[in-house]
Ligand binder design. Structure first.
Ligand code: C2O
Ligand code: CU
Ligand code: CU
Length: 431
């Protein structure tokens, strides 16, 4: 609702039960309901205020992943919400339209809180996204697709295993929006799917066996132009918006098939051999006409442009084991201090033979190069999280605009949540 010009949301974290498998109720956590949370939505320029209530028996937090906002409102490990407590962040939406999300970030327990079901989408709108020719009726031809892998024990109850295996827990059941065997009845010629990899460790390669699709947006918003692809790879935390066309009466399936994890030696236990059905699309016998995705580069506001020649500062980050630059996360240590207004290049190297990912709070970045070469098309849009292929170096361009705070840091970390929990995270101040 809107109160005094401020868009307000209530979110309550609580426990519940959910029937994922027929006939078996399993304990879960969710925001407002028993599993996952409502899709929040706001407009560029709008002020938002959220009242977060924690009805769990332990502290949690709610982080606005991908959002540009003051560090004290970020919902990271420094903004815990005690059991029975509330937290009321407020900020102004000051970034392009995008598919963002929210999830807990309690220090050392993020994997468990997300796995149990605490996550939801946060959609942003603006004039450019409305002017783009995109399907945009939420739940009809603009469909959230939150993908998570789960494991169930012999009794059919949700299981969180910690067997120490890389890259964290991989479940053998994939659910979409909290549903096993999800489908969507399509009534239009095209549908826009807002894909979120909401898994804790698994990387997917989303596509269709029988058609390609248009990639229209990445984590932080629209690409300069749609890109036709057969597949889009998403690591935990990454998003993509794709538009797919159907013929009347057709049935097709979004699936994830054997993602190329990018290293010749990546062991099969990392999930590179796995294939799943993600969402069945069932087209009606008559379909309403849809716009064909199209817009010009000019639809982007110039002040959102990042230019490599503006970069005055560069920093290096090496991810190895559970450390970044040889250090594990320490809540009391600030690792980097950034000056507001600066454009920077962060050179991020995955030094391991296994996958990592890299996420930076507060900003959207551009991938300049991967091992010195141009990035693939799916990495050309605004990003806040990027899959790091084993033994590769990624150069990321970002600008820290404002919101200085000499005390409260933002985080950067691996978004494979077990890695994050075990210390693959660092803190930066914007001053
Ligand atoms: Cu999606 Cu620091 O998190
Ligand atoms: Cu984040
Ligand atoms: Cu990692």
């Amino acid at each position: 609702s809107v109160v005094d010009g401020v868009r307000t949301f209530d979110l309550t974290a609580r426990s519940g039960t959910r029937e994922f498998l027929p006939g078996v109720e399993t304990p879960t956590w969710g925001f407002d309901g028993p599993y996952l949370g409502p899709t929040l939505r706001a407009e560029r320029g709008e002020r938002v205020a959220v009242r977060v209530t924690n009805e769990l028996d332990e502290a949690t937090s709610v982080h606005w992943h991908g959002m540009h906002l003051p560090a004290a409102m970020d919902g990271g490990p420094h903004q815990p919400v005690a059991p029975g407590g509330t937290w009321e962040p407020t900020w102004r939406i000051d970034q392009p339209a995008a598919t963002l999300w929210y999830h807990p970030h309690p220090h050392g327990a993020t994997e468990e809180h997300v796995y149990r079901g605490l996550a939801g989408l946060f959609l942003l709108d603006d004039d450019a996204s409305r002017a783009a020719e995109l399907p945009s009726e939420y739940g009809v031809d603009d469909v959230p697709v939150v993908v998570q892998d789960k494991a169930f024990d012999d009794d059919g109850r949700l299981e969180l295993r910690h067997d120490g295996a890389e890259p964290g827990m991989l479940g053998d059941t994939v659910m979409t929006n909290g549903t096993v065997g999800a489908y969507h009845e399509v009534t239009t010629e095209r549908v826009r799917l807002r894909l979120l990899n909401g898994s804790t460790a698994r990387t997917y390669a989303f596509g269709f066996a029988d058609r390609s699709f248009d990639l229209v947006a990445t984590d932080g918003g629209l690409l300069d132009a749609p890109v036709r692809l057969d597949e889009v790879r998403l690591a935990p935390g990454e998003r993509a918006e794709v538009v797919v066309a159907l013929e009347p009466g057709e049935v097709t399936r979004l699936r994830s098939a054997e993602p190329d994890l990018g290293g010749v030696a990546v062991p099969s236990t990392m999930g590179g051999n796995d294939a799943f059905d993600v969402l069945e699309l069932r087209a009606a016998d008559r379909l309403t006409p849809s716009p064909v995705p199209a817009w010009g580069r000019s639809s982007h506001a110039d002040d959102d442009e990042l230019r490599a020649e503006d970069a005055a500062v560069s920093r290096s980050f090496e991810l190895a084991g559970r450390q970044i630059n040889g250090e594990r996360m320490d809540m009391g240590r600030v690792d980097e201090v950034v000056t507001a207004g600066d454009t920077e290049v962060w050179e991020v190297r995955n030094a391991n033979p296994v996958p990592h990912s890299f996420h930076v709070h507060d900003v959207q970045f551009r991938v300049l190069t991967v091992d010195g070469r141009e990035p693939p098309p799916q990495l050309t849009g605004p990003k806040d999280t990027v899959y790091l292929e084993p033994r590769r170096t990624y150069r990321l361009l970002m600008r820290f605009e404002d919101y200085t705070d000499a005390e409260m840091p933002y985080m950067y970390h691996c978004h494979m949540l077990l890695h994050e929990d075990e210390g693959m995270m660092g803190q930066f101040l914007v001053v």
